[in-house]
Design a protein around this ligand. Sequence first.
Ligand SMILES: [Zn+2]
Length: 341
Amino acid sequence: MDKAFILRQLDTALATCSSLTVLEHIKADFLGKKGCVTELLKQLRALPLDERPLAGQKINELKQVVLERMDSARNALEQMLVADALQRDTIDVSLPGRSVESGSHHPVSLATAKMVAFFTAAGFMVMQGPEIEDDYHNFTALNVPEHHPARAMHDTFYVDSPFDVNLLLRTHTSSVQIRALETQTVPLRVITPGRVYRCDSDLTHTPMFHQLEGLVIDKTSTFADLKGLLLAFMENFFNKRCEIRLRPSYFPFTEPSAEVDVRCVLCDGAGCRVCKHTGWLEVLGCGMVHPSVLETAGIDTDAYSGFAFGLGIDRFAMLAYQIPDLRMMFDNDIRFLRQFS
Ligand SMILES: [Zn+2]
């Protein structure tokens, strides 16, 4: 191999080299242990002794040229790679930004959070209970014994039970009140937000909906405290002055019991479709806890009394956000849900 041939080979290889790895391979091909220049040096031994110095000198010159060309090729390549990287990483600051899509809270979650914030600030603890409940906690302990007509008012989903107790999907969160009375000591202030189930479905009913139940047991709790608390709650929730009225009602687990109406928050009492032109909205039920409920829980009814209230979170959310159909809450239509972000 003559010098000119080797350099032509080198130039061809360097001209198409596009990475430092390939450059290393080229270097090995020419100057490595089995490289062509190295081979030439090995062949020196075959020459007569007097010819070796001159031939050796020429090979060293060739090696020097190869090294120089490789160095300049390396420099050119490195500059090209840096330029490429700069080109790739260049940011066009005039382009519109890419926004991060964030989800939104469900209106029921928003309403629940607002309620929980109000009641925890008022000293209530938050308690959860099982959604598959037994007959005792859902009915019996709430003063609704078997064959009581109030059981028929709740269209109950019963669940196949492997035990000798009836299991059901809880029809109200009042069951958690009983669990609170069993596990906590009095005085007690507790709210129990959660899902409840009834076999019912139309414009204003869904088989699953959300309730928030509140319970206060204390030596000094009165009906006036109950009314004051509920008024403060409504004004906080609807962000406006509210007027409420209490109508006598019946619940098995409270005595006396009342339905609470609020002056329509949409028309301020003038009359509209939502309040059916009565000017009032029926929003919750409440009452003083029935002594037999307290006695069942082993609480001294001479020393303690209590009040309880229960409301539909979905109904409050519908009023606050002016949602016309309860079923929209659970259709998961993204166009509906996006409005709450
Ligand atoms: Zn109205």
